[in-house]
Ligand binder design. Structure first.
Ligand code: BG6
Length: 372
């Protein structure tokens, strides 16, 4: 970006020859190809560290702004409507869709799992999130009316691309939930919605994850409104979505308290991350982050699954992070907390602001604002 604002992607089996006089692109059989030159919209500031120690930290703090960008111009609260230009031509197919398969890897898979829950819960369409690496090899059944959604920050993850091609070959409509404009997956899909969170330089995904969840929420509302949801209901969801960036601003202000908890427990070698419902994929994502960034062993799982075996691993003082927001399954989560405490585990609860009761059962509490 410091050197040019123009770029073009090379398609498969294309080559480019660069000389002092210029460049020529062609197929490997030497048939000339006119390059589709894109204008890069990044600015230098986006890829500089600024006041932060590292890119992952910068990208965590960027989330309020990146999410505002993701949602800008796409939500019409007054009319209870979501406008996604990238999907406009396929609105009919999405209204009639019989099944949605979301394929992804790593963090993107965790976002896809939240998408799966939202699509079933709100758009009332059967949905499943799958490891792209498994989907591509398991001879999947693609019935008429199946939509494949490839979720990927980079748009280049090989397994996700292969799963997409497999589903397309079997007749699925393909959508991309991608960050990098012009990436291979973005080019291979029939339609899609870009994340618009800006370049993610840290290897471990952060702002792309929240961007993916936001885009999947908007796709869900886009479909739900055309299927079962009233404009009023949709406006209420839009209102909540629009309030999220400000709520994240409040969460990052707790960084000193979060750091203290991290310092207290950083020598522990085994961690559990537990949650139920929408917070189950969040727990998986927490465990993945700890593994990938701190090289500490962590397991994420549905809170209720823990008692079916993994509970045997809980030893005295073992940290167990519970995503314990107030909500439908709160009481059940409290039961699971009690089970871990009985074995001597130390509870680090991520709880809803104002929930003082949780302090009675948790060694540490990190608060997040309420979200309906
Ligand atoms: C992994 C990264 O290699 O790829 C993860 O470490 C990421 O953070 C995963 O989620 C998938 O990448 P992408 O670009 O398809 O979202």
């Amino acid at each position: 970006v410091a050197h040019t604002t123009q770029a073009f992607p090379l398609d498969d089996y294309n080559v480019v020859k660069i000389t002092r006089a210029g460049f020529r692109s062609s197929t490997v059989d030497n048939v000339a190809v006119t390059p589709k030159v894109m204008q890069l919209e990044m600015d230098l500031e986006q890829i500089e560290l600024g006041r932060f120690d590292h890119f992952m930290q910068k990208e965590i703090y960027e989330q309020p702004a990146s999410l505002r960008n993701t949602m800008r111009g796409r939500l019409q609260r007054q009319d209870g409507k979501v406008v996604l230009g990238g999907l406009a031509n396929f609105a009919k197919e999405l209204t009639k869709a019989k099944r949605v398969t979301l394929a992804a890897q790593g963090t993107a898979l965790h976002a896809a799992m939240i998408g799966e829950y939202m699509l079933e819960d709100l758009a009332k369409v059967p949905a499943v999130a799958e490891y792209a690496s498994e989907f591509r090899y398991r001879n999947p059944i693609i019935e008429d009316g199946t939509v494949i959604v490839a979720v990927s920050q980079s748009g280049e993850t090989a397994d996700t691309l292969a799963a997409l091609s497999e589903a397309k070959d079997r007749g699925a409509l393909s959508l991309g939930v991608i960050n990098v404009v012009g990436s291979t997956i973005a080019r291979e899909t029939d339609a899609g919605v870009y994340l618009r969170v800006g370049p993610e330089i840290g290897v471990a995904s952060t702002k792309a994850f929240t961007g993916q969840v936001a885009v999947l929420a908007m796709i869900t509302l886009f479909m739900a409104r055309r299927r079962y949801m009233s404009p009023d209901q949709c406006s209420r969801f839009i209102e909540e979505l629009e309030a999220i960036p400000e709520k994240i601003e409040r969460v990052v202000q707790h960084d000193a308290a979060i750091r203290k908890v991290a310092e207290r427990y950083c020598e522990r070698e085994n961690w559990l991350f537990l949650g139920r419902g929408y917070n189950y994929p969040t727990a998986l994502e927490g465990a993945l982050k700890l593994k990938e960034i701190s090289y500490i062993h962590a397991e994420g799982m549905p809170a209720a699954e823990m008692k079916h075996g993994p509970i045997a691993l809980i030893s005295d003082g073992m940290p167990a992070v519970f995503i314990a927001n107030k909500g439908r399954q709160y009481d059940k989560v409290l039961n699971n907390i009690a089970e871990v405490r009985a074995r001597g585990g130390h509870i680090i609860a991520v709880a809803t602001e104002g929930d003082h009761e949780i302090k009675k059962v948790a060694e540490e509490v990190l608060y997040v604002p309420d979200i309906v």
